[in-house]
Design a protein around this ligand. Structure first.
Ligand SMILES: C[S@@+](CC[C@H](N)C(=O)[O-])C[C@H]1O[C@@H](n2cnc3c(N)ncnc32)[C@H](O)[C@@H]1O
Length: 223
């Protein structure tokens, strides 16, 4: 558990600058200004090559949309126990805490994401529980809402993720997904709740705005 009094992990703070995500200007997040140099610094720091890109250093479009949605529709989270799967920099988890969730877990398998979540929770004055276990496939207990921002970018991951999310939703747990039309997002089995034009870094996405949807997993016919 991290609390606002924990010191921010210094390495994250040293290699990023504090920026407000464009769609969620009420939050402040340690954010990379340039992906390649941060990626190199991460590999140098861990003395390892071939690491995945520093996903934790950016507010991805799916997460920005989801964070905007919960802040503008706090009834989805108020008083609930929420898990933000693949939390990256912790943006959605922090938005849920701000929107009145009873308890928030930021989950990401990348330990540097955990450090970023800790630094960002401190920056935004909220408490979140941070965990790095891979929860895909787990039976989620003592959770009232599952939120997932921008996780359909890789085939193998999506093939594990989607059947599990469907099962979780069929079991009665609401599941919200924020996604800007990534390649592996399923075309059916989702209900649109809100749409946003999300400003994104040109060097990361090859465009400046991504049309992004917040979905609920499941359809009216299924529920
Ligand atoms: C594109 S980023 C999205 C981050 C954040 N949700 C957002 O929208 O800004 C994808 C994140 O998924 C994480 N990830 C990948 N596989 C995962 C898994 N099996 N469980 C949890 N997190 C995972 C990565 O470490 C990365 O931080």
């Amino acid at each position: 558990m991290t609390t606002p009094s924990s010191p921010p992990p210094a390495w994250v703070a040293d290699h990023t600058r504090v920026v407000a995500p464009p769609l969620v200007p009420e939050l402040r997040l340690h954010t990379a200004t340039e992906v390649t140099s941060l990626w190199q610094a991460t590999e140098d720091r861990l003395d390892r090559a071939g690491l995945p890109p520093p996903f934790w250093a950016f507010p991805w479009a799916g997460g920005q949309a989801l964070a905007r949605f919960v802040l503008d529709h706090p009834d989805w989270v108020r008083g609930r126990r929420v898990i933000d799967l693949a939390s990256g920099n912790g943006m959605v988890a922090i938005a849920c805490a701000r929107a009145g969730a009873a308890h928030v877990t930021a989950n990401d398998v990348d330990p540097l994401a955990a450090a970023a979540q800790q630094a960002n929770a401190v920056l935004n004055g909220v408490a979140v529980t941070i965990e790095t276990a891979d929860r895909i496939g787990d039976r989620l207990t003592r959770i009232d809402l599952l939120v997932v921002g921008d996780l359909f970018y890789e085939r193998a991951l999506a093939e594990r993720l989607w059947p599990w999310l469907q099962g979780v939703a069929k079991g009665g747990l609401p599941v919200l997904v924020g996604d800007p039309g990534r390649t592996y997002l399923p075309k059916t089995g989702l209900t649109a709740l809100a749409r946003y034009a999300v400003p994104v870094p040109l060097d990361l996405e090859d465009r400046e705005v991504l049309d992004t949807t917040v979905w609920r997993v499941g359809t009216d016919r299924q529920s």
